[in-house]
Structure formats: structure tokens, C-alpha cells
Write a protein that binds this ligand. Structure first.
Ligand SMILES: [Zn+2]
Length: 223
């Protein structure tokens, strides 16, 4: 099989929108289309992939702000638009406030609120390019943040939970630093050091590299 991943940085926040697909069937997904939908569409065209669904890790503007526009753009010539799936419903308030988030940051006055076609919960599975990915609920950065993991591919998409050398910020009114660190220690790191991940900002890494070198994950330091 030929599982492929391409990162398309979007928005002034340089968010890593990801296109994941199987290059044998051409079928795949877009994860976290935060904005600049024209650039995402160009990336899709370049790869020749057919986007079957749009996945969201959490409800922040830079991850979900282009979801409604991308869905509508991809609907052209199809019997039904690709569904928007995730995150956990605890991020509903963020997705229903996307236009307000955009106004607050002054970044884009065309951003639309979105209600996913399907919410995700811990233990659910989503198909990405013919591969089953497990859904892990990893709150802390936002209450409904989810992570997608394939144990077969040894690969995860972690959104803003974990970064190379850092972790997601939790200084929002709804943030929870202890929950974030607990999510990483209890759900992500035990999956194995060899799991590579894409994250919402900056370069990816592996769980092993972060377990050993990430200063925010030192045991006894609040973990
Ligand atoms: Zn975020």
C-alpha cells in the first residue's frame, strides 16, 4: 500500500493542514483545513487525491476555519459533499464561534461557523486512505481535542496536543494544563517510541524523541 502525507501550512498561524491519502486508490482525507482553501485545493489537485472526508482535531480557528468552505468547494460535481468529522462534541462551542474567533483576531471576515456531520469520541475509528485510525480524546488544549493514531502504520496526527520540543498552550479560559500532560503520558507515549507524528505547527517528531527530550514531559515536573 502507498500511504502518503503532505503538509500544507495555512493561515497567519502557519497551521499544518494535512492531506493524507493512499496513492493506489487515490482516496484520502484533509485534516484541519484552517483557511486558505484555495491553497488546500491546489494541493489536492497536485496530488490527484480524492478527498472522502474532512477531519478536525479541535475547534480552533486556525484548524477549522476553512472547513465549511472546503466542504462546499469539494461538493461540486458530487452527489453529496464530503462529511466533516470530529472533534469531540466538547469543542462545539468553539466551532459555533469560529466567525467570532476570526473577528477577534482580525484575520478573515469570511470564516464561517461549522457543525460537523459526526462528532468523535474516545475509542471511535475513522478511515483514512483505507487505513483504520483510532480516535483518542486528549483534552487540555481544548476540551474536545482528538488525536488520530494508526498502530499499523506507526503514525499519528496529534493537532495541538504535542509538538517537537513543546506541548499545546493551555492558557485559555477553558484550558487545562494538567489534563493535557496527563493525556500525553497516559494515552500517547504508551503507544510506542517508534510512532511518528504530524502536529499542528512546526516539524513532526516521534513519541520516543519527545518522551526522552521534551522538557514539558519530564516526570515529576507536573506530569
Ligand atoms: Zn489550537
Amino acid at each position: 500500500m502507498g500511504f502518503k502525507a503532505a503538509v500544507i501550512p495555512v493561515t497567519p498561524f502557519q497551521q499544518n493542514c494535512s492531506l493524507l491519502w493512499d496513492d493506489e486508490t487515490g482516496k484520502g482525507v484533509v485534516v484541519d483545513p484552517g483557511g486558505e482553501v484555495d491553497r488546500i485545493l491546489a494541493g489536492i489537485t497536485e496530488t490527484g487525491a480524492t478527498v472522502e472526508r474532512i477531519l478536525l482535531t479541535h475547534g480552533h480557528l486556525d484548524h477549522a476555519g476553512g472547513a465549511a468552505d472546503l466542504r462546499d468547494a469539494l461538493a461540486a460535481g458530487r452527489p453529496a459533499p464530503p462529511p466533516i468529522i470530529g472533534p469531540d462534541e466538547r469543542d462545539r462551542f468553539l466551532l459555533e464561534g469560529l466567525a467570532a474567533q476570526a473577528a477577534r483576531f482580525g484575520v478573515d471576515d469570511s470564516v464561517r461557523d461549522v457543525v460537523p456531520d459526526r462528532w468523535l469520541s474516545e475509542g471511535d475509528e475513522v478511515e483514512i486512505g483505507g487505513v483504520a485510525f483510532s480516535v483518542l480524546h486528549c483534552p487540555g488544549h481544548t476540551p474536545g481535542h482528538v488525536v488520530f493514531v494508526s498502530s499499523a502504520l506507526r503514525f499519528a496526527v496529534v493537532g495541538d496536543v504535542l509538538f517537537q520540543g513543546s506541548v499545546g498552550r493551555t492558557d485559555f479560559p477553558y484550558g487545562d494544563g494538567a489534563a493535557l500532560i496527563a493525556s500525553i503520558h497516559r494515552k500517547l507515549l504508551p503507544l510506542g517510541d517508534d510512532i511518528a507524528f504530524l502536529c499542528g505547527h512546526g516539524p513532526g517528531s516521534t513519541f520516543g524523541q519527545e518522551r526522552l527530550g521534551n522538557p514539558f514531559l519530564r516526570r515529576g515536573g507536573g506530569g
